[in-house]
Write a protein that binds this ligand. Structure first.
Ligand SMILES: [Zn+2]
Length: 171
């Protein structure tokens, strides 16, 4: 494949959107059509291609068969609108994905908080139970001490009463 046929294949794909340069590197110029079919319709054209209608240098003439950029302005603008639409669609899809991700994260966080809550409640109730057992033991111990001390007091009182009765009997 020669260079010219390769390049002529390469440029045949019309650029999408508003073109900034021709495939050959030349600037493009906006012109208004004066043909019967497209009166006043504006188009982009490579500046090299526009020279072909005039007295030109031989090396430019050799490029006459090259298919330089031509594009209707309205079609280019329509491309731009479609591209913006496409971009908008992608952005809204991304936003939707992000929202779904955030929801999933929040659900995960809720799960974690719920588990932490349950763990804490379990730990606290275990602690309360063990404290209660200790308090119960202490109360029982206190009860025993009180009973023993009551018996002692009763014993001492009985001794005193007996002594008093004995002393009174001797008087
Ligand atoms: Zn060109």
């Amino acid at each position: 494949m020669s260079y010219s046929s390769a390049s002529s294949l390469a440029h045949q794909v019309s650029p999408i959107g508003v073109p900034s340069r021709c495939w050959c590197g030349e600037d493009i110029i906006t012109y208004t059509s004066k043909t019967k079919d497209n009166p006043y319709r504006r188009f982009y054209r490579c500046s090299i291609a526009l020279m072909f209608g005039y007295l030109i240098l031989f090396d430019v003439y050799l490029r006459k068969n090259e298919n330089h950029l031509f594009k209707w302005v309205d079609e280019a603008l329509l491309d731009e609108i479609n591209m913006v639409d496409e971009k908008w669609k992608r952005v809204s899809e991304d936003v939707d994905d992000l929202r779904k991700q955030m929801m999933a994260n929040m659900e995960l966080q809720n799960e974690i908080f719920k588990k932490i809550d349950e763990e804490m409640v379990k730990k606290i109730s275990e602690n309360i139970e063990s404290e209660l057992v200790i308090i119960k033991d202490n109360v029982e111990e206190l009860g025993h001490v009180m009973v023993r001390s009551a018996f002692k007091t009763a014993g001492v009182a009985a001794v005193i009463v007996c002594s008093l009765v004995w002393i009174w009997g001797r008087m």
